[in-house]
Design a protein around this ligand. Structure first.
Ligand code: IMP
Length: 443
């Protein structure tokens, strides 16, 4: 039976948690396939009269549903202390976490990874990437360099210590000689991680076999991406990306499945665009460049950008940072449709756009007199791209109480139709608020 992939089509924070919440009733497994506790899912779940807001970083959102087995797959990087804290918080809120399964192949975030993430960002100065400082990049770098420690190493402390001694020698040299930091002691790390090992033991499983057996038994597996397409290490706006592969292809390597297992790839797309951290963002509002302040953007004073951040409550779940905001970018959406092989879209936060009289949608980029309908092949073009905007009338009315797609104002439906036409992938759901009931299926 099938696997479904849920993937962010922008720079993360598209509202994937909400889509997973909606789909969770129909699946038996929800798998996180990449990233680590750099992610943040906000989920408003449960009975509409007593909705619960939960913020998750590493635990798959499937943990909230009794019919679902949540899985942390091979492609994830796992900070055991952070995971245990998150599990404790969930248990304190009355959520049963006992079904969680963790792959022994997932890589461990170590204390020196977190420290290196912090000091290298400082060292980069104005060139910094704006990482979440959770140690994600350094952990994936060690995985690729084949000096990483994996979850399974926790269960043979002799091997754990041998590997740690080798890697720590180099890390300490870098930390002390390059960054002037204090070296770390292997014995302290070993003691700390041995405690984590015991607490995590009940959750460790052969997740790849578990998922294949599930598929053979006719179960449905939901592969839940963190971050988004434009933060993908290979296909995003490198180097302003995360160090893993959020795209649908990454779901396969990160969970140990093959392409023929996947039936649907659902792109989660915000009705406008946001980005956290550094890097180019052609349709950004409230930025400083002449393109962002141009008449075409409609925001010469930066006021629209501020309004979008405030109405959309665009602050990071993980770091609390204010997100950068901008108009919908169909060039990116088209790119995401291709690179992920999207079968359908879930459009989120349409209600936020009620705050604008006129809406703009970027349909192409202009660079040195040439229009690009598709993502430009060279980063310089993307960095200097001037958006070519369509203007659409806003609707003004509050959408949050609309219960049926047909009851949306005609301008709102026209906006959705235009996005669909520009992206070339059906928009199946439209969300007009954070609660589960505020999701309109488009027929
Ligand atoms: P890292 O993943 O911490 O290495 O950060 C690399 C880049 O990805 C930075 O620009 C982060 O702001 C961004 N990033 C990482 N995780 C998320 C996320 O869940 N949502 C949005 N941006 C993210």
């Amino acid at each position: 039976m099938p696997a479904w992939v849920v993937v962010g089509t922008q720079w993360g924070d598209e509202g994937k948690g909400k889509a997973t919440d909606l789909l969770a009733d129909d699946v038996e497994y929800v798998v996180r396939y990449q990233g680590g506790n750099n992610a943040g899912h906000t989920i408003i779940a449960g009975d509409p009269t007593h909705p619960r807001t939960l913020k998750l970083h590493l635990v798959p959102s499937g943990v909230l549903y009794p019919n679902v087995t949540p899985v942390i797959g091979d492609g994830v990087v796992l900070d055991p202390g952070v995971l245990l804290e998150e599990l404790d918080t969930l248990v304190a809120q009355g959520i049963d976490v006992s079904k969680l399964k963790i792959s022994g192949n997932a890589h461990l975030i170590m204390p020196y990874h977190r420290e290196l993430d912090r000091v290298t960002e400082r060292y980069l100065g104005r060139q910094k990437l704006g990482t979440t400082k959770r140690g994600i990049g350094p952990t994936y770098a060690d995985k690729a360099a084949r000096v990483g420690l994996r979850v399974q190493d926790l269960y043979d402390m002799k091997i754990f210590r041998e590997k740690l001694d080798v890697v720590l020698k180099e890390k300490n040299a870098v930390l002390s000689r390059v960054y002037n930091r204090l070296p770390m002691r292997a014995a302290d790390i070993e003691t700390e991680y041995a405690v984590y090992a015991e607490r995590l033991r009940p959750y460790i499983a052969d997740t790849m076999t578990l998922l294949h057996d599930g598929l053979e038994d006719g179960k449905t597996v939901l592969l839940e991406g963190a971050q988004g397409t434009l933060l993908d290490l290979d296909h995003g706006t490198y180097p302003f990306v995360t160090s893993s592969n959020p795209v649908a292809g990454g779901a396969l390597t990160g969970a140990g499945l093959g392409p023929k297992d996947v039936e649907r790839v659902i792109g989660i797309t915000k009705a406008y665009v946001t980005r956290v951290g550094a890097g180019p963002f052609p349709t950004e509002l409230g930025g400083e460049s002449s393109v962002q302040r141009s008449a075409a953007s409609g925001d010469p004073t930066g006021e629209l950008g501020e309004r979008m951040t405030d109405v959309g409550q665009e602050y990071g779940t993980t770091t609390g940072r204010r997100r950068r905001v901008g108009w919908f970018d169909a060039v990116l959406a088209r790119y995401a449709a291709r690179v992920n092989g999207l079968t359908e879209h879930f459009l989120t936060k349409l209600d936020v756009l009620s705050a604008f009289e006129t809406l703009r949608v970027c349909r192409a980029y202009r660079y040195q007199g040439t229009d690009y309908d598709h993502f430009p092949p060279h980063q310089s073009i993307f960095h200097h791209a001037e958006p070519v905007y369509d203007q659409l009338p806003g609707w003004g009315d509050d959408l949050t109480a609309v219960g049926d797609y047909a009851d949306l104002p005609k301008e709102a439906r026209a906006y959705v139709d235009r996005l669909e036409e520009l992206c070339g992938v059906p928009i199946r759901w439209v969300s007009v608020g954070p609660a589960r009931s505020q999701t309109l299926e488009r027929t």
